[in-house]
Design a protein. Structure first.
Length: 349
């Protein structure tokens, strides 16, 4: 597919950018679902009938009775009234229904473009990959929820949560990349191998950081360090490297996970600063140069939001700060996906 935009591609690019926005909203709703402890409130999967919440008191009571059978209710939420249950049910239902809405938004315009022959032959494979990634994401989500619907775990595994989160970000990044392919002029794609290489390393570090962000959310690891710049008065917190094996410690120990998450944030600062300095050498009229200060601005704002989240964590994790932290993290990732796209040019003779 040529990178130069064609007028006939404009409706497709708008459709894809709408998809990017909807996926971001879905990830944020997923974050709210986790933070409110709502993910296991719906104990069955009904792709069509599940689009509607319980429509009367009898149906609500039946859904509540089903929730009472799992460990989360018995060991954590046994004090819940029906009203409490309706609150957590809402977030999981909203999360699932937004996914259904996304499916419709992707499928019906696709069929329209197909009938109108707006989709060129070289777009078919990317479209197929896009739909497969979407289907995979839904499957992973249900497997994750199903793993917590028994009499043992209070929450779904934070490892499964991380897989679900990262697969959503892969779908999000792929959709953005596809949208840029049909909307960005070819003359904006630059040959800057040094920046491209650094960009790739940054994306690897950011992905690792986002995995640990999912661990933080899944383990509620913010409680392991509620002060800054130290962690509960110590630079190296108590309880690190005490989980057993090294792997268990870096994936399950709350103090270790929190320490790594903070450390990665500081580590990422170094290549971002280098990347920003190198970006000054780009052509003046390029889109790449116009956005060169966006990543570093987002990075420091993101660190500030992380600090505000941990120092305001008391009986509960502050949801507003936590969701803003997640949102800016997604934008930070997407900016570097965008700059990688803009740096993928080839050398001309």
């Amino acid at each position: 597919m040529k990178s130069s935009p064609v007028k006939s591609y404009r409706p497709i690019s708008i459709w894809l950018y709408i998809g990017v926005g909807m996926i971001m909203v879905q990830v944020l709703i997923g974050g709210l679902t986790r933070l409110t402890g709502s993910g296991l409130s719906i104990t069955e999967w009904k792709p069509i009938l599940g689009a509607f919440p319980p429509m009367n008191e009898q149906a609500w009571q039946l859904a509540f009775d089903q929730y009472k059978e799992i460990a989360q209710f018995k060991k954590l939420n046994s004090h819940f009234s029906l009203s409490d249950f309706k609150f957590i049910y809402f977030w999981e239902w909203f999360h699932r229904d937004w996914a259904r809405l996304m499916g419709l938004v992707f499928i019906f315009p696709f069929l329209y473009f197909l009938i109108k022959k707006k989709i060129k032959s070289d777009m078919v494979n990317p479209m197929v990959i896009l739909f497969l990634l979407g289907a995979l994401q839904g499957t992973i989500g249900w497997i994750m929820v199903q793993s917590g619907l028994h009499a043992e775990n209070l929450y779904v595994s934070h490892i499964r949560l991380a897989v679900h989160f990262i697969s959503a970000l892969i779908l999000l990044s792929y959709t953005l990349w596809f949208a840029m392919k049909v909307s960005v002029p070819g003359n904006q794609i630059l040959y800057v191998p040094a920046l491209k290489k650094l960009n790739i390393w940054l994306l690897i570090l950011i992905t690792l950081q986002l995995i640990y962000a999912a661990f933080m959310a899944g383990l509620h690891a913010a409680y392991a360090g509620v002060t800054w710049p130290d962690m509960n008065g110590k630079w190296i917190p108590d309880g690190m490297l005490t989980q057993g094996s090294f792997w268990e410690d870096i994936t399950h120990n709350l103090s270790t996970v929190h320490f790594i998450h903070r450390g990665l944030a500081y580590l990422i600062c170094i290549p971002v600063i280098i990347w920003t300095i190198k970006a000054k050498e780009l052509p003046e009229n390029s889109l790449f140069k116009k956005i060169r200060y966006v990543p570093i601005s987002l990075l420091f704002f993101q660190i500030l939001l992380g600090i505000l989240t941990v120092i305001n964590t008391e009986a509960e994790i502050p949801i507003v700060y936590a969701i803003l932290h997640q949102f800016v993290g997604m934008i930070f990732l997407l900016v570097y996906v965008m700059t990688l796209f803009l740096s993928r040019g080839v050398q001309t003779k």
